[in-house]
Design a binder for this molecule. Structure first.
Ligand SMILES: [Zn+2]
Length: 572
């Protein structure tokens, strides 16, 4: 396989010949040799691998994954393993048992060792084993509804963990180095490459959209290969066919009544930018897909809706799905921008673009809005109030980024893991746990008396052990904020995000994620640790609380006391 770029230090044909000449029956001879103090060893003839299974130098199978000793004394060791004690001991063993002086360790790659032992990662036994292994892992992860499969390839072995309900699991599978390496390449070859094959050892992003290669419930897989200091890492994000959820509409996702009113209004508008801002794995893309399906229902299927996603999501067959191959950057153009251009040529009413991550994509999306289209996209940012600033950071001019004529709707959402009701414990009675102690100390001054009601995840029980990846957590709850940006709000946000946020909470009757999250925190649906890591800090909550308390006190005083009779200036 050309991409491996295997360059043996010795001509391969010699070794192949030699390997054929080294019969398995030699195993018995090697046993004898191992017990002989001054063995006969042919160091002049053709090169043989002494550490072959059944070879003259018997080593542990695990050690064979990382080194090879030849009869001429060449001593190949995986480059990251040279300092291991059992490697350092091998020259002594070779001298004692075989009278053979080994060379200094020759640093090499796994691929070279595999070639020495006559197995290749891309063909033959290992490749089919690896392919079967990756299919098994994908199916297992899909059955458990994992959002990600994280595979870490280290010289000592390969560890596989899943992300379930927002958290990493314990190690699910461990593989020996050779098989792990083969799995790495097998995963790479599952992707839809076309002819743009880079080396899988580089930092690359590829997708699997061919569903025949995937478990039934999975529509696509996005893979990110990365190089680590001491190995490699592969993240596989699983995209599920969410049909059963789509059937229930946005309401079934967990949006509340006030959110739904804003969605309905936006679904009837002909132009504008709808941005769903959230970190990865918060369901933001599912929300927009279902939004599109509902929009088509509401408008009697009279609208042309195009979508560009990586990988294509294919939830609704009525949506014209353009495929984005995020791994292709031949001309330096963002693939989303390119696909957006192409999709606009079919004169759509509605455009859903997977992600705005470059200036040009954002500008193209905004241009589409100004020509009268409804454009939906996602943005990586923490909350709704940061959306215009985030566009500005991408390089969109401030006047456009904060243009009230541009923005139609802002959504921000989180899927927060929920507490197992059977084993959750009150935070106040878990203070010997240093994390609870620290979080309680920071939230108590904000929540005051109500802090007593706050819970944390319990030790795990028979009800929750097999449901989540973390003890005491089951399922997830959608917590979201949906905002109809007004001219005044944008004016304040342009001044300063905190000023804008304060204005929003005081004047617009919306509830922020932080405040909705607090309701769930006080109800014991979500725990203190989950609030802090998915929604915000005690300071964040204090800010929103003070803005709304101020608003409430102004309102109640205004109705009780006429403004003119406010001698002490309490309202200011
Ligand atoms: Zn439990």
């Amino acid at each position: 396989m050309p991409f491996l770029g295997i360059k043996l230090r010795r001509p391969q044909k010699d070794r192949k010949t030699v390997l054929q000449l080294a019969p398995v029956a030699d195993a018995c001879a090697s046993e004898d040799a191992a017990h002989s103090a001054t063995p006969e060893l042919d160091t002049q003839g053709p090169v043989t691998v002494l550490t072959d299974p059944g070879g003259k130098l018997t080593i542990d199978p695990e050690l064979r994954q990382i080194c090879a000793v030849m009869n001429d004394g060449s001593f190949y060791v995986h480059k990251d393993q040279i300092d291991r004690a059992d490697i350092a001991a091998l020259p002594h063993t070779a001298m004692t048992l075989l009278g053979l002086k080994l060379s200094d360790p020759i640093a090499c790659e796994f691929s070279e060792l595999q070639d020495i032992y006559g197995v290749s990662v891309t063909s033959g036994e290992y490749a089919s084993k690896a392919r079967a292994e990756i299919e098994r892992i994908l199916k297992d992860a899909a059955d458990k509804r994992a959002s990600d499969i994280q595979i870490t390839f280290l010289p000592t072995g390969t560890k596989i963990v899943y992300h379930i309900n927002g958290y990493r699991t314990d190690t699910v599978i461990e593989l020996p180095p050779l098989l792990g390496d083969a799995v790495y390449h097998a995963a790479y070859y599952l992707a839809d490459h076309g002819d743009t094959v880079n080396s899988s050892s580089e930092n690359v992003k590829v997708s699997i959209a061919d569903t025949s290669k995937l478990p039934k419930s999975v529509n696509g897989v996005r893979m990110q290969f990365a190089r680590l200091a001491n190995g490699r890492h592969l993240n596989m994000r699983l995209m599920y066919a969410e049909k059963e959820i789509a059937a229930g509409g946005l309401g079934s996702l967990g949006f509340d009544k006030s959110h739904m009113l804003l969605f309905r209004e936006a679904q009837k508008s002909s132009a504008g930018l709808i941005t769903n801002a959230a970190p990865t794995e918060s369901g933001k893309s599912t929300t927009l897909s279902i939004f599109c399906s509902e929009l088509m229902d509401i408008n009697d299927n009279r609208l042309t809706v195009v979508a560009a996603d990586d990988p294509p999501e294919g939830i609704d067959p009525r949506i014209l799905q353009f495929s984005v191959d995020a791994s292709v950057h031949k001309d330096g153009q963002d693939p989303f921008e390119k696909v957006l251009e192409a999709s606009l040529r079919v004169a759509p009413h509605v455009v859903k673009i997977g992600e705005c991550r470059t200036k040009n994509t954002a500008l193209a999306a905004m241009q589409a809005v100004y020509t009268g289209k409804l454009v939906l996209t996602t943005l990586h940012t923490l909350n709704a109030m940061q959306i215009p600033l985030r566009y500005q950071w991408l390089g969109v001019p401030a006047d456009t980024a904060f243009d009230p004529d541009l923005h139609r709707l802002w959504i921000a959402q989180r899927l927060v893991p929920t507490l197992c009701p059977h084993c959750k414990v009150q935070a106040a009675s878990d203070l010997e746990n240093p994390v609870t102690e620290a979080l309680f100390a920071s939230f108590e001054p904000v929540l005051q008396d109500q802090a007593k009601a706050v819970c944390v995840a319990g030790p795990g029980c028979s009800e929750c052990r097999d449901v989540g990846s973390m003890k005491g957590l089951v399922g997830r709850k959608l917590i979201a904020e949906v905002v109809r940006p007004t001219e005044d709000l944008l004016k304040h946000l342009k001044e300063d995000t905190r000023t804008g946020r304060d204005y929003w909470l005081r004047h617009m009757n919306d509830k922020s994620m932080r405040l909705l999250g607090m309701d769930h925190l006080l109800a014991g649906t979500i725990g203190l640790a989950e609030y802090a890591s998915f929604i915000g800090s005690a300071d964040d909550l204090a800010f929103d609380l003070s803005a709304t308390t101020k608003a409430q006190s102004v309102k109640s005083r205004a109705s009780a006391v006429p403004l003119a009779h406010d001698p002490k200036g309490m309202l200011h």
